[in-house]
Design a protein. Structure first.
Length: 376
């Protein structure tokens, strides 16, 4: 009998993370575009979030029962309370602010500003004493400088427009309701600043959520169960908000249109599939590897928006996006040096006192922790 060539197994593991992460970033970009179109058609942020997480529960619930029900006996009231606040911060607050900002701006803005998450998380970790900067060492200087460059780039992106470049196409293939042609085309400068500020605020909530999530996973590392409960609490919290802000029954009516497509896509693909692919890639290649693919989201939505929405870029937007990416890679370079030093000293890799609290998956314990892109 012919023996199985087991050497192909590690070869497959070598290329799979690359394919998965390219797909993840492309899929996040498509999600931003779909949600933008759904918002332009009038869907409520709250309704979108409620239905999105209900679809995710339908998929994740049976999987959590099948694979993790033996761990449910360890689910204490304290852990449930932490998951409740985790959902409040990372889904209810983050997604509502993000979708509001996306409605005022464009998917390109959301894609560009998502690259500030590593810098924001690093700053929060330093303030909370979870990260030692080590300012006298090159890696500490790189992380600190990268965080400052990231935030500076985000401010330039938000507050300064500058010269407007000529669009790639004369007319949009898909028209979205815009107010004028000064920014984008169509969003006036006030909307641009307001939307960008909302997206930045959502990323602050997301960064804090990443740090808190790592703490929850330390005491209860059942990723499917935690993700299912996060989706459940998000639906519950936004349903209560909707009783106040979305009383019209017509807002909850589902039809076969772009709104339903955005709900199904963001629920099943974003909240279930992409989350799993990211955490798997982190467990195989590490969080620094996963972070290197985040700028693909900006490229994806920028090209699509320029071709389909006839969006026109500004000098300030390009400079701000460039600085954000430069700052991102400075932070990641510093973190990669942390990993190399840990290995050279014969210690387990400690990925997670800071920026990598976002991913919080160590080589010693590949149980899921969290990703570090905004769930859009």
């Amino acid at each position: 009998m012919q023996s199985i060539n087991t050497s192909t197994i590690p070869q497959m593991r070598n290329w799979k993370p690359y394919v998965f992460m390219v797909f993840v970033q492309l899929a996040y970009g498509w999600s931003s575009i779909l949600i933008k179109l759904a918002l332009e058609k009038g869907i409520s942020y709250l309704v979108l979030i409620v239905y999105r997480h209900l679809f995710a529960i339908i998929l994740l619930g049976p999987l959590a029962y099948a694979f993790e029900r033996r761990q449910w006996s360890n689910l204490s009231f304290t852990v449930v309370l932490k998951i409740f606040f985790l959902s409040l911060l990372g889904t209810t607050v983050h997604l509502n602010l993000y979708y509001m900002g996306l409605d005022y701006t464009s998917p390109t803005v959301g894609g560009a500003l998502s690259n500030v998450i590593p810098g924001l998380t690093f700053i929060l970790a330093v303030l909370l004493g979870m990260e030692k900067v080590q300012i006298r060492r090159a890696r500490g200087q790189a992380k600190l400088l990268g965080a400052v460059i990231c935030i500076g780039g985000a401010l330039i992106f938000t507050l300064w427009k500058g010269y407007q470049f000529k669009g790639l196409v004369g007319r949009p293939l898909i028209s979205i309701n815009r107010k004028d042609d000064r920014v984008g085309p169509g969003h006036d400068n006030g909307d641009w600043i307001k939307g960008s500020a909302l997206i930045l605020a959502s990323h602050v909530a997301w960064s804090a959520w990443l740090i808190l999530q790592a703490k929850v996973y330390e005491v209860y590392p059942a990723r499917l169960t935690i993700n299912t409960m996060i989706c459940f609490f998000a639906s519950l919290q936004c349903s209560l908000l909707a009783l106040v802000f979305e009383r019209s029954s017509s807002s909850w009516r589902l039809e076969w249109n772009i709104q339903l497509l955005a709900i199904i896509y963001s629920g099943i693909v974003n909240s279930a599939l992409l989350y799993y692919l990211q955490t798997w890639s982190i467990s195989v290649k590490g969080p620094v590897f996963v972070a290197m693919f985040s700028p693909l989201l900006l490229v994806d939505v920028a090209v699509f928006s320029a071709l389909v929405f006839a969006e026109r870029l500004h000098l300030g937007s390009l400079i701000g996006a460039f600085l954000i990416i430069v700052g991102l890679y400075c932070v990641l370079w510093g973190k990669s040096k942390d990993g190399h030093d840990a290995k050279s000293q014969g210690k387990p890799r400690e990925e997670s006192t800071s920026l990598d609290q976002k991913t919080q998956i160590s080589t010693a314990n590949p149980s899921v922790k969290c990703d570090f892109n905004q769930d859009v």
